[in-house]
Design a protein around this ligand. Structure first.
Ligand code: SIN
Length: 498
């Protein structure tokens, strides 16, 4: 394991744009303390040391932000798409200009390796670039009237004030992925970042202000009371749209809360991704894809592979190659350049991974590598772990692991593996490797998932529609479809055209 403790403070002192490290919430164009002066601590998951204290806002500050957003709404929506596009483009340029600082802040609060943090900042910025373009391309329709004196026109209009609730695993990109289409469509936003990772959100606010996003259009409520702030966002009638990325359990609560005022809602929830390797696959490429899809962010993404299904003849060679490759991965402080796997986010996260592995082992799984928490330096490290001889009775088959554990199942036929892969209430990402073209079509069509990676373990991009089906949620982020969630459709029926 690699890493040094002093690294954190040195890196903070070396930020080129010192203002990016903020500790106050951002409401109506101002960085503000909470009204009662309370703060909460943000910790570095590598050493569990406090990085800084951040304003602990509540319902009152959330209402202030909603009112500010509502006041600012009409001016923002009345700008032309081209005007909004220019502002978004400036925000994008600033994110790239300050990429290194943003990545360091992200790693310090989240733990992921710097290389991945840089990747996240670029990925997040790509949504801003994409939607800066889409801001200019909101099209309606004209429809032939149903009577000779009628004309029908379809308009797309901004939905209104948006509440965005974002997770700790992508503290920057999950904000831009929601905010960029909202702003492009003409909607103001109130963001509630995870209490574990508010610093990346605040850094984005600094750059939003520098880019010229007007006061009230981009607000951030930092809080250690996510339930209270979430409830206000979901029930306040001024908020017209909720966008959430997080667990299915919390998503269901937010859906119920949003139902009362019948809000437009999009939900990017949990997953239980299968990764299927057929006997005709290129095994070396499959192993590469397996590592990318499983160990990104120490296994803490919604689209990480949860279950590997390997066809009978490839089972043993796949495990051999996979375990050889993963044991070369370097764990440690994400701030050290050579590190490839960082710590997990919290003690609770480690505990739930430990439980899942324990359950599998008790029911007969074999630990090929890893399998036991690394106890050193007060750190939150779980080693990359491969489990063989797993079966569907184990919790690894049903539950989202959200950690660096790879259970490897054996299958014989295509029909069997499709049934196993779809035997889950989730439907976010899925992956498979094979060469037979007819089978590629059949399997891609049969998988009940919103996203399918074919001969690749990396599917995330701003140009494609990201999202799930079943209990993984609804709505799509990114691509030409990403604006739809922030636009209402209105039809004009124009009569008397004699
Ligand atoms: C997520 O884990 O929610 C997002 C992953 C991604 O965008 O690649």
């Amino acid at each position: 394991m690699a890493g040094t403790l002093e690294n954190t403070n040195t890196k903070i002192m070396q930020l080129k744009h010192q203002k990016l490290l903020q500790h106050r919430a951002y409401v109506d164009g101002q960085f503000i303390d909470s009204l009662n002066g309370k703060t909460f601590a943000v910790f570095n998951p590598f050493n569990q040391k406090e990085v800084t204290q951040v304003a602990d806002c509540g319902v009152v500050e959330t209402k202030m932000a909603i009112d500010a957003a509502n006041r600012a709404f009409s001016k923002w929506r009345n700008k032309t798409g081209i005007e909004r596009s220019k502002i978004l483009r400036r925000w994008y340029n600033l994110q790239l200009k300050h990429l290194e600082d943003l990545a360091v802040i992200l790693t310090i609060e989240q733990g992921k390796p710097l290389k991945e943090a840089r990747g996240e900042i670029k990925y997040g910025a790509s949504f801003v670039e994409w939607f800066a373009e889409e801001a200019k391309r909101v099209y309606g329709d004209t429809i032939l009237g149903h009577r000779s004196d009628k004309r029908i026109i379809v308009l797309k209009q901004p939905v209104g004030v948006v509440g965005a609730i974002t997770p700790w695993n992508f503290p920057s990109a999950m904000i831009t992925r929601k905010v960029a289409p909202a702003l492009a469509a003409g909607c103001p936003v109130i963001i509630k970042p995870s209490e574990l990772t508010p610093l990346s959100a605040l850094a984005l606010a600094v750059l939003a202000e520098e880019a010229g996003i007007p006061a009230g259009i981009f607000n951030i409520i930092t809080t250690s009371q996510p339930e209270a702030v979430g409830l206000e966002l979901c029930t306040n009638p001024t908020i017209r749209k909720i966008s959430f990325t997080g667990s299915t359990k919390v998503g269901k609560i937010l859906l119920r809360q949003s139902a009362e005022s019948v809000k437009k809602v999009s939900m990017e929830l949990g997953g239980n991704a299968p990764f299927i390797v057929f006997d005709d696959a290129d095994l070396d490429k499959a192993v590469k894809g397996a590592i990318a899809s499983k160990f990104r962010n120490a296994g803490q993404t919604c689209i990480c592979t949860n279950r590997f299904f390997i066809q009978k003849n490839s089972y043993t060679p796949f495990i051999e190659k996979f375990s050889k490759a993963v044991q070369k991965l370097t764990l440690g402080n994400g701030l050290d350049e050579q590190v490839e796997i960082g710590p997990m986010i919290t003690e609770t996260a480690i505990y739930s991974v430990e439980k899942i592995v324990e359950d599998a082992v008790q029911k007969g799984a074999n630990i090929v590598c890893g399998g036991r928490r690394i106890l050193s330096n007060n750190s939150l490290f779980y080693p990359v772990t491969i489990l063989s001889d797993v079966n569907p009775s184990m919790n690894v088959f049903k539950e989202e692991i959200f950690g660096p554990v790879a259970p490897v199942f054996k299958f014989e036929t295509e029909a069997e593996v499709i049934q196993l892969a779809n035997d889950t209430s989730y439907g976010l990402a899925s992956y498979f490797y094979g060469r037979d073209h007819a089978r590629i079509w059949r399997v891609a069509e049969a998988l009940e998932y919103g996203m399918v990676g074919i001969n690749t373990g990396m599917i995330s991009t701003s140009v494609a529609p990201f999202g799930g089906i079943k209990e993984s949620g609804f709505g799509r982020e990114g691509s030409k479809y990403g604006m739809d969630d922030y636009l209402e459709m209105k039809y004009l029926c124009w009569g008397g055209v004699e």
